[in-house]
Design a protein around this ligand. Structure first.
Ligand SMILES: NC(=O)c1ccc[n+]([C@@H]2O[C@H](COP(=O)([O-])OP(=O)(O)OC[C@H]3O[C@@H](n4cnc5c(N)ncnc54)[C@H](O)[C@@H]3O)[C@@H](O)[C@H]2O)c1
Length: 345
């Protein structure tokens, strides 16, 4: 098919292809394992993308939203797989955004102790992030110290991924914004001018950057943390606003904050801070302001609890050697950068 880009995720015997382009779903059958006699398609109501895996298949709908991303959904999917006789040679196909591909991937990782999974990403965030890299899982509901987001899961690489840009035509504007928030971070991870690329090229390049990082650190022991650029303040804002601000929107604010913090620490200059605004606000038209009335000291204490911060305040920050993990950041610098950001306008 013309205009289709293929990006390889190089992981030795677990390597796979990601097909990016308008109409890429027509190539889905080529990504399925040759052993598969039937497929279990996991999706959600309201996802309009029709697929044809080229083998007999059953469709299983899961609920929409994070409230349905739990172990009960995995159990009910596995019961459905049992009912249709899905064998260890067959395949699971996740068709949806990050919620669906996380759930379908995790169900595939435990069904018969692991069956192949292929993802068809239908959100921008799924295409540039969630469907690539093999992290799967569900939330443990419960807010009193015995629960949390994505706490139960597995590393389970797909056998292939389809990013069909036709799906983006029906994506609600807020979901598109959230995808743009994640996409914006890739602008700072390499020297590429992503804005000069058309949409297919740009998404394919983001996939390539993620593939490169994942290939060098499949299980998140080090370099993979770079993919959390902008996420430290982002997570704190999600919690502080009771998730009124969505993940990708929070990452957008977090990206410009990370630039201010790097500036306070003398790692980058004012012009580089402005480049962050130019991408996040200028090109993607995302809001870069801190929400009104948000308490800086509260944000500081939430950021100190970030999962990267094992022993000290730790951030992913831009600098002379590019974006890297920076431990032991002083609380005063964190607050100074919040103040600088609030004053920036
Ligand atoms: N595994 C990873 O590496 C990774 C990375 C980032 C995020 N995630 C996970 O991804 C999830 C968020 O993913 P998301 O932002 O794609 O949200 P989502 O999967 O919840 O989808 C958002 C909404 O858009 C709808 N939708 C999906 N595709 C559509 C389409 N083409 N047209 C119309 N509506 C469509 C969905 O039904 C849903 O209502 C979170 O659970 C997060 O934890 C995982």
């Amino acid at each position: 098919m013309s205009g289709l880009r293929t990006v390889r995720v190089p992981l030795g015997e677990r390597s796979y292809d990601v097909l990016v382009g308008h109409g890429a779903r027509s190539e889905l059958a080529s990504l399925l394992p040759t052993t598969a006699r039937r497929a279990a398609v996991v999706t959600q109501p309201g996802i309009p993308l029709e697929i044809d895996p080229g083998i007999p298949f059953d469709v299983f709908q899961i609920g929409t939203g994070e409230d349905h991303k739990h172990l009960g959904t995995i159990e009910s999917l596995c019961r459905s797989f049992a009912r249709v006789g899905l064998t260890r040679n067959d395949v699971v196909i996740g068709v949806g955004g990050g919620m669906v591909t996380d759930v379908a991937g995790f169900a595939a990782s435990v069904w018969h102790r692991g069956v192949p999974v292929v993802h068809v990403a239908t959100t921008l965030l799924g295409m540039v992030d969630a469907a690539i890299g093999g992290k799967t899982g569900v939330n443990l509901p419960g807010g009193s110290g015995d629960g949390g987001k994505n706490l139960v899961g597995a590393f389970w690489q797909p056998s292939g991924v389809v990013c069909d840009l036709d799906a983006l035509a029906t994506l609600p504007p807020r979901e598109r914004r959230c995808g743009n928030g994640e996409m914006a971070k890739y602008h700072f991870l390499t020297g590429d001018d992503l804005l000069a690329m058309d949409e297919v090229e740009r998404i394919a390049r983001c996939v390539e950057i993620k593939a490169d990082v994942v290939a060098s650190d499949e299980r998140e022991g080090g370099r993979r943390a770079l993919l959390n650029y902008g996420h430290t303040l982002g997570h704190a804002l999600e919690i502080e606003t009771g998730h009124e601000i969505a993940h990708g929107e929070a990452v957008a604010v977090g990206l410009v904050y990370a630039a201010h913090l790097a500036r306070v620490l003398g790692r980058i200059d004012d012009a580089r801070v402005e480049q962050h605004y130019a991408v996040v606000h200028g090109a993607y038209e995302l809001d870069t302001r801190l929400p009104d009335g948000v308490d800086h000291t509260r944000l500081l204490s939430l950021m100190a609890k970030d999962k990267k911060a094992l022993t000290s305040l730790t951030f992913v920050l831009d600098g002379p050697a590019g974006v890297e993990v920076v431990p032991d950041v002083a609380a005063e610098a964190v607050l100074e950068a919040l103040a600088a950001m609030a004053a920036h306008g």
